[in-house]
Design a binder for this molecule. Structure first.
Ligand code: NAP
Length: 486
């Protein structure tokens, strides 16, 4: 098919990954690129997740680009609106608007080996051609709504936390929240005061730690504005403290027992009812699922209009939720805080690489890449936040920046070598993944609980099992010998 949409580089998604990549391309003097964004505004997960209470549980001074510090963050842990504002500021400041093609929903792609060109399908639009394709979609963009019996029969309003329906007024309504993960613990305290009744359906209690959140002081902001080094030092300090968590998670699981005690003491201080305390006590090792931070979740559960339901859900009815002990919970609204499909590659999203390799087929036993970035059989194709780059303890923006740097180095080297393409060697990718999986074997993330870190076959394809500086150090530069250059 003929096309007029030809670029050197196409990036999928305009979240932290796409925006950061675009900025670094411009800084490197490369402006022949497009960012393909399915929505009509930038921001990725911080555009989509507008649920009440949505905020980041990594401090903003670290959860932001190292090259674009914001001395004016209002809180230690910013809310969704402020983070989205920051991302839009980055788009504007670095002149990325003209590079973003909004409403461009990528459907798949095909590598034309003879030409060294990727052809990208766009829903209801002309395809895009590019030499280098960078997938910055991120793993947390496919809401998971369990296939409950009777789901379709419910007559009230129902939506997923990441697709919050702001037209539905919750005031005075009876609301069911299903799930007790990172999103739920922010939603529940934010709506508990306005709803008439809130039933929280908990399958597994989360490990929750106090959130060291506070308003940033005027003097701090002034200092950060006037002496940028102070903010840099502050960022490094937060980074260091977070890395210590990796030490416990990966190398010293016994330390986790100590942190568990702090968590339980905190819960018991905030929840007086002994039966509720028992319901909220996790029976698995901390860190196996994401460790959550909150100061207002437990207090919200003390409220008279909030009830924690631990009986399993049997079905969804016209009027609400029926549990396995045959108790009916009639509600006006159901909110699914049931997470995302993260560990499985979307089968409908077809990318055909060299020799007709197809990505979802290649990844049928779980996604695998080299340094979470390049995949054998897929020349000139990169992932940002690809397989095994997720974190349970530190800022994803650090990982994103490391990958951006690596990709940039790769694209530059292809030019220097006057090569048509670059493709990671199969044996290099395999050796890397064997190492990652071996390391994961002894860690808390693979210690037996169910989490979105694991695929259907139990393989952990999401977590980077180590310090983030180890990832940074391995991805600082392309090692020529890891790749085939055509
Ligand atoms: P999540 O942490 O995966 O939690 C999903 C919840 O739904 C769990 O409690 C799960 O129970 C429950 N659930 C799933 N299927 C169920 C079923 N059939 N019946 C009953 N309960 C069911 O999802 P999330 O809260 O959306 O968070 C996902 C990720 O998004 C986080 O881990 C984090 O990386 C990111 N996030 C980050 C922030 C932040 O502050 N930075 C905020 C929100 C989200 P089980 O535990 O029993 O499976």
């Amino acid at each position: 098919m003929s096309t007029e949409r030809k670029y050197k580089i196409a990036i999928i998604g305009s979240g932290f990954a796409g925006i950061g990549m675009g900025i670094k391309l411009l800084e490197a003097g490369i402006d022949d690129f497009v960012i393909l964004e399915r929505a009509n505004e930038a921001g990725g997960t911080w555009r989509d997740n507008t649920y009440p209470g949505a905020a980041c549980d990594v401090s903003s001074h670290l959860y932001s680009f190292s090259f674009e510090p914001n001395p004016n963050w209002n809180r230690m842990f910013s809310g969704q609106a402020e983070i989205l504002k920051y991302l839009k500021h980055c788009v504007k400041k670095y002149g990325l608007e003209k590079h973003i093609s909004f409403n461009s929903n990528v459907t798949g792609g095909k590598y034309k080996e003879d030409l060294g060109i990727w052809e990208i399908g766009i829903e209801n639009d002309l395809p895009v051609e590019c030499r280098f394709l960078i997938n910055g979609m991120g793993p947390l963009n496919r809401p998971s709504v369990p296939d409950f019996i009777g789901l379709e029969s419910f007559k009230g309003d129902a939506f997923h936390s990441s697709e919050w329906d702001h037209n539905v007024d919750l005031k005075g309504k009876k609301v069911a929240v299903i799930g007790t993960g990172a999103s739920a613990i922010q939603v529940v305290p934010s709506i508990a005061t306005e709803v008439e009744g809130l039933y929280l359906f908990q399958r597994t209690p989360a490990w929750i730690m106090p959130k060291p959140d506070r308003k940033m002081g005027k003097i701090e902001k002034w200092l950060f504005n006037k002496i940028p080094f102070v903010q840099k030092a502050y960022r490094s300090f937060i980074y260091g403290v977070n890395e210590l968590t990796a030490f416990a998670l990966v190398y010293q699981p016994k330390l986790i027992k100590l942190i568990q005690k702090v968590s339980i003491r905190n819960m018991k201080r905030q929840v007086k009812d002994v039966t509720l305390q028992e319901k909220l006590t996790p029976k698995y090792s901390m860190g196996c699922k994401r460790i959550l931070l909150s100061n207002n979740y437990y207090p919200a559960l003390n409220r008279d209009n909030v009830k924690v339901v631990t009986e399993s859900i049997e079905s969804i009815t016209e009027k609400g939720i029926l549990t396995t002990n045959k108790e009916d919970f009639n509600v006006d609204v159901i909110v699914f805080c049931t997470g995302f499909v993260a560990a499985e590659y979307p089968e409908h999203f077809k990318f055909y690489g060299r020799d007709g390799f197809e990505l979802s087929e290649q990844w049928k036993n779980g996604p695998e890449a080299y340094l979470g970035t390049t995949v054998n059989g897929f020349p000139n194709f990169y992932f940002i936040i690809g397989p095994n780059t997720g974190l349970g303890h530190n800022s994803m923006v650090f990982m994103i920046e490391s990958q951006i740097n690596y990709i940039l180095d790769s694209i530059k080297k292809v030019s220097v070598k006057k090569a048509k393409s670059i493709e990671v060697k199969n044996e290099v990718q395999k050796a890397f993944n064997d190492k990652v999986q071996n390391k994961l074997r002894g860690t808390i993330w693979n210690s037996g609980c169910a989490s979105w870190y694991l695929g259907k076959n139990g393989k952990n394809t999401t977590i980077w099992p180590g310090f983030t500086f180890e990832f940074w150090s391995q991805s600082r530069k392309i090692d020529d010998s890891d790749y085939n250059w055509y």
